[in-house]
Design a protein around this ligand. Structure first.
Ligand code: PLP
Ligand code: COI
Length: 351
């Protein structure tokens, strides 16, 4: 398949206009993209073309019914300019888990994996190698098929666009525990990376931003007593010396960073628990001085320490200290991703 991918390269590269020493997150797009159409009941062979706008009919179902899913992964360069992906097969598989739930035709895994490798070979000079930077990769599928009938489209587009990026958050994160709005519900699409999951978060998150927080911590939709996720991150809590994260379910995205961190923590000899965490436990342990750390974990955010959580008008601060689990785990996972240490898990994929 990969030899059939047609490549059309750009006549006017934008590479020289990019300041690779001052990258923000997801605002600059590399010269090329991969595009693949689903038509007549099958996926056509992907093509690599110059990054460009796409034209869609106003009746395309993406606009009306939000049939759209995405993934997020990163490409890294080591000091010798070798290129690596981190667990890309997991992203390809998760895209198809999302596809199934949104009644979108599943994409052959090799279109994703081989197509991505080819795209990276074409745009290899867009992969940053400065510390904390990487090429953020955004594969996505949406309904391009037409009609106002509320039913799945008969045509789709799979695109991979990439963006040289720096960190997602500029510093420690201040979060607000949300008790009114829900990100997802039992039987819903919370476990899928569906575009609508994020649209639904924007308004409650805007309210939190107005109050001076950076992010919302979602609680379960029925009782609002248990924490679930923090925006686009899975959540970790350290009480005394135990690292705790909540079990995934159909409301929570099964994060690749989360499961990698759990594995690394276990091998580092950290005591780990996967169990529900109630807001009252957080408040009680904060008051008792046993809540030592909170952090979010995700591809874009890597490991982002939380400085404060707000709940019912009170801010609970997490004291700072050296040698945190967040630092240890961030350093370990980043070292594996950027080929600084041995990868004993088979996570790193050389391009
Ligand atoms: N939870 C949500 C809702 C997300 O959007 C993300 C980001 O991808 C994560 C968790 C973390 O997942 P991963 O580590 O696979 O990036
Ligand atoms: C990722 O971490 O890859 C995400 O998808 C987060 C994104 C919503 C910015």
């Amino acid at each position: 398949m990969k030899d059939n991918i047609k490549i059309t390269t750009t006549q006017s590269s934008r590479l020289s206009s990019v300041d690779f020493n001052n990258l923000s997150f997801g605002n600059i797009f590399s010269d090329h993209m991969l595009i693949c159409n689903f038509k007549n009941s099958s996926w056509e062979i992907p093509q690599i073309v110059p990054y460009q706008p796409i034209t869609l009919d106003p009746s395309s179902k993406i606009f009306h019914y939000g049939q759209s899913i995405f993934e997020g992964l990163k490409a890294y360069k080591d000091v010798d300019d070798n290129i690596f992906l981190f667990r890309p097969k997991d992203n390809a598989q998760r895209l198809n888990i999302s596809a199934k739930r949104l009644a979108i035709p599943e994409i052959p895994e090799e279109f994703f994996l081989e197509g991505l490798k080819k795209l990276l070979a074409v745009d290899k000079d867009w992969i940053p190698n400065s510390p904390g930077s990487s090429l953020y990769i955004r594969p996505f599928i949406f309904a391009s098929g037409q009609g106002f009938h509320a039913s799945p489209a008969d045509e789709y587009k799979f695109i991979i666009a990439t963006s040289p990026s720096g960190s997602y958050f500029s510093g420690k994160v201040k979060v607000l525990i949300e008790e009114t709005f829900s990100r997802s519900a039992n039987g819903g699409v919370g476990f899928a990376k569906a575009g609508g999951n994020y649209a639904g978060q924007f308004f409650p998150t805007q309210l939190a931003l107005k109050k001076g927080y950076d992010q919302v911590i979602w609680t379960d939709d029925t009782s609002h007593e248990y924490i679930e996720e923090a925006g686009a991150m899975n959540i970790f809590v350290r009480i005394k010396d135990t690292l705790i994260t909540v079990p995934t379910n159909d409301r929570i995205l099964d994060g690749i960073t989360r499961k990698s961190i759990l594995k690394i923590a276990e091998e580092e000899g950290i005591s780990v628990e996967i169990r529900k965490i109630s807001v009252s436990e957080l408040v009680a342990s904060s008051k008792a001085g046993t809540l030592r750390e909170m952090f979010g974990a995700g591809t874009a955010a890597v490991v982002s320490p939380i400085s404060t959580f707000g709940f019912r008008g009170i801010d609970y601060h997490i004291p700072e200290f050296d040698n945190t689990y967040a630092d240890l785990l961030k350093n370990r996972i980043t070292a594996i991703q950027t080929n600084k240490v041995e990868d004993n898990y088979g996570w790193r994929v050389k391009i």
